[in-house]
Design a protein around this ligand. Structure first.
Ligand SMILES: NC(=O)c1ccc[n+]([C@@H]2O[C@H](COP(=O)([O-])OP(=O)(O)OC[C@H]3O[C@@H](n4cnc5c(N)ncnc54)[C@H](OP(=O)(O)O)[C@@H]3O)[C@@H](O)[C@H]2O)c1
Length: 305
């Protein structure tokens, strides 16, 4: 497993992280199995949000920690806040309430990382600053980042808070590449040259921020996986070709394609299948060539200008 620095004051994090959005209906034993499999593979990073399963994901994860508290020291735990009953809410009051709820459900005394889940256009940056300062000073949160924000939203927030924003968690997979397309198709006049993220990928690199990729195997928004999906036959053929070349499986190659980006990348997988977790972990050992990276990009239906 490879590790990167997310924030200076927390342990280094594995480049593969376990997303906990889909564990809400799992039993404590099943979640313990997921956690142990991940840790055995060197994966130390676990991504939550207060809203996953309406809090059930954090709760069942917290049950595992309550049963075996020593596990906490082997983990870097991140959660998110800012979605409040179907709307976005970066008020001081909501941020404080959400973090306290996450800590309680997870049975832990601090989060290593807290992300603001989705941009709140009504954001009052002073309120966010006050909440972050209080959370940091009380020891409840050690570092801060964002999710689904473009570079201007990050710059606006960064200008108002005394903590360096560590990361931006964004949707990115071989079948969902608007972040990448805008950079490849600059000034072409093609639809996939439309600037949708304001150069956020380049901004993250420039600022040495970590790009956390969500839904790394999905197409659309939670429409299913492209792995073994006949609508993505050319992509699957290319994935198989490279899987054979590197003696791994197709999902491993799909994750390594993300890790090959120039940014500091963490892939947040949502699998709850222990075999699939092992496949994900292997991606950190595969270094695709630039040619292989572009071949995969093209096999997903993209063309180069
Ligand atoms: N910041 C945000 O706004 C945001 C939004 C959504 C998600 N997230 C985070 O991102 C994480 C990942 O999202 P996701 O669950 O949509 O991502 P994903 O890893 O792309 O999708 C996981 C789903 O794909 C299935 N799958 C099918 N074939 C697979 C294979 N060969 N290997 C692995 N999985 C396969 C999994 O089933 P099995 O369990 O059977 O493997 C699971 O149902 C979430 O858990 C959450 O932490 C963040």
């Amino acid at each position: 497993m490879k590790y990167i620095t997310l924030a200076e004051n927390i342990p280094e994090v594995s480049v593969i992280g376990i997303g906990c959005m889909r564990i809400a209906a799992k039993s404590r034993e099943e979640v313990a199995d997921i956690i142990h499999t991940a840790l055995d593979q060197g994966i130390n990073f676990f991504d939550h949000a207060d809203i996953y399963g309406r809090g059930e994901s954090e709760r069942v994860f917290g049950e595992v920690l309550k049963n075996d508290p020593a596990l906490r020291d082997r983990m870097v735990i991140q959660s998110k806040c800012g979605i409040n009953m179907g709307m976005y809410d970066f008020s001081r009051e909501h941020i404080m309430e959400a973090v306290n709820g996450s800590l309680e459900r997870l049975n832990i005394d601090h989060l290593d990382s807290l992300l603001l889940h989705r941009p709140d256009v009504l954001m009052d940056t002073d309120e966010v600053r006050e909440a972050f300062e209080e959370l940091y000073e009380s020891g409840k949160v050690r570092s801060f980042g964002v999710s689904n924000m473009n570079r201007y939203q990050i710059e606006l927030l960064q200008s108002s808070i005394p903590f360096i924003l560590t990361s931006d968690q964004l949707q990115l997979s071989l079948a969902h590449t608007p972040l990448i397309n805008e950079g490849i198709n600059v000034n072409t006049g093609w639809d996939n040259g439309i600037v949708r993220s304001s150069g956020t990928l380049e901004y993250l690199k420039h600022k040495d921020m970590t790009l956390q990729t969500w839904s790394p195997l999905q197409y659309g928004m939670f429409r299913g996986t492209f792995i073994d999906n006949e609508d993505f036959s050319e992509l699957n053929a290319m994935l198989q070709n490279l899987a054979d070349r590197y003696s791994v499986t197709k999902d491993t190659i799909a994750y390594s394609w993300l890790l090959r980006l120039a940014q500091k990348v963490q892939v947040i997988t949502g699998t709850t299948n222990t075999g699939h977790i092992i496949n994900a972990a292997r991606a950190s050992e595969v270094e695709l060539t630039a040619r292989e990276w572009y071949e995969l990009y093209k096999s997903a239906g993209n063309r180069l200008p």
